[in-house]
Ligand binder design. Sequence first.
Ligand code: ADP
Ligand code: ASP
Ligand code: MG
Length: 425
Amino acid sequence: MGLVVQKYGGSSVADAEGIKRVAKRIVEAKKNGHQVVVVVSAMGDTTDELIDLAEQVSPMPSGREFDMLLTAGERISMALLAMAIKNLGHSAQSFTGSQAGVITDSVHNKARIIDVTPGRIRIALDEGNIAIVAGFQGVSQDKKDITTLGRGGSDTTAVALAAALDAEVCEIYTDVDGVFTADPRVVKKAKKIDHIAFEDMLELAASGSKVLLHRCVEYARRYNIPIHVRSSFSGLQGTWVSNEPIQQGDKPVEQAIISGVAHDTSEAKVTVVGVPDKPGEAASIFRAIANAEINIDMVVQNVSAASTGLTDISFTLPKTEGRKAIDALEKAKAVIGFDSLRYDDQIGKISLVGAGMKTNPGVTAGFFEALSDAGVNIELISTSEIRISVVTRADDVPEAVRAVHTAFGLDSDSDEAVVYGGTGR
Ligand code: ADP
Ligand code: ASP
Ligand code: MG
């Protein structure tokens, strides 16, 4: 029996009962002969509550002290979980990200893991302990400051530790039974996916399916770590994310044309109005954004009006970066030379994802027809080889997701999609 890494999200450890329930599950894995490393998130909505609190004392909290604050959430759950395990008669030791050897760059609030040196975890395991690690955090290589990995970052901690410890599997325990063809909170008829390739999962995650974080899937693909996404509330098999060919009996199963529908309402749209239509303008706009360390998503430039020689450029970005982006562009206004800026945070993105899209004509047309039948207006469009995304009004998103899900024959016959916990925040 090898080593397993298990990650429990906030909804799985939302209260004392949750912590005790999860402790039993962990002890079961240990009793089955595994060496067990557990990565744990902050309890329930603790991270959101800490953010709210910080905003009450400072309008745009960021940087070192913000990270110090947020990492406290995971420290609470790691200690309580270790105590609950000890109470069941098994030995457990908890470790902060820094103690577990999660080394990051020094970009506060969205640091990247650059190395994992889990010496203390190995010792704890060799001594017969269950090791509990606080997710979502690390220590910067240069300044030795505490960093966080961005929202949902405990998924990445889990996969990074699984890679560094050469684990058999990384199990991600959450409040749904696996990865579904759409968010079960929105589509009751969503179907559980038994197996999904890294490529498809990457696109779903990047398009807003927060059941797995994009960076965690990227990491798992690079180190070829199979991920098993499952519920901590049921005993069911979940979804396997790996590169293994999908088998049914001894026959490989043909790849699904469509893996699922993802949605995202965490982004906003910035429109730069009246940009001179000449070379170098887009470059200076996006240089200003990049210098502010902001990642953007979609970009659309309209055709310039011949009479004015001016054009508009729109792009989407996380709402949390909106203020920073507007400030950066205002500062560079004289150099770029645009008329005005518009900011819209009432948008949503809907994406259809599937590797089979490459070879099946008509997917794009079917997607647009479904949206049109649902009366949904499209504001921006972007595509990759295996994904098509549109931006719509945020209010239209749930209806649009359901319409697309039905149109592509993804609805299950039963209402099998159970949501066991969490507030969906
Ligand atoms: P955790 O607290 O365990 O990290 P998250 O809230 O981050 O949980 O992720 C689980 C949630 O992801 C589910 O409750 C569900 O609402 C959402 N979700 C979005 N898209 C999907 C999908 N395609 N399949 C399953 N869950 C999804
Ligand atoms: N607690 C952090 C968050 O809410 C990290 C995580 O849960 O993965 O984003
Ligand atoms: Mg999560």
